[in-house]
Write a protein that binds this ligand. Structure first.
Ligand SMILES: [Zn+2]
Length: 94
């Protein structure tokens, strides 16, 4: 028995950075290693019913907090990414 926090180190599914996480609280993402996408999702982003084989070989990968935040923002904004913002040019007042 130790009083140490149980932490693990893994590679984030989103940004591929290694980070330390608590296995009890970290967000895990189910990924089909054959496509590197969630089971049932095609590379074009469309969804279909995942096959039992895809589910069986899928593994859960940790996602770092920064990527979780980014994913939340994308979900809130809908499926389309926000259009790029262009700087607004102000006519200099003279
Ligand atoms: Zn990440």
């Amino acid at each position: 028995m130790t009083d140490e926090n149980i932490t693990a180190i893994g590679r984030c599914y989103g940004c591929k950075r290694r980070f330390r996480f608590d296995p009890d609280t970290v967000t895990m993402f189910l990924v089909d290693p054959e496509t590197n996408l969630p089971p049932g999702m095609s590379p074009l982003g469309s969804r279909r019913e995942p096959t039992p084989e895809a589910l069986a070989r899928s593994v859960k990968l940790p996602v770092c907090p920064a990527c979780v935040e980014r994913a939340k923002r994308v979900l809130e904004a809908g499926t389309d990414p926000r259009p790029p913002e262009f700087p607004v040019w102000h006519r200099p007042s003279s």
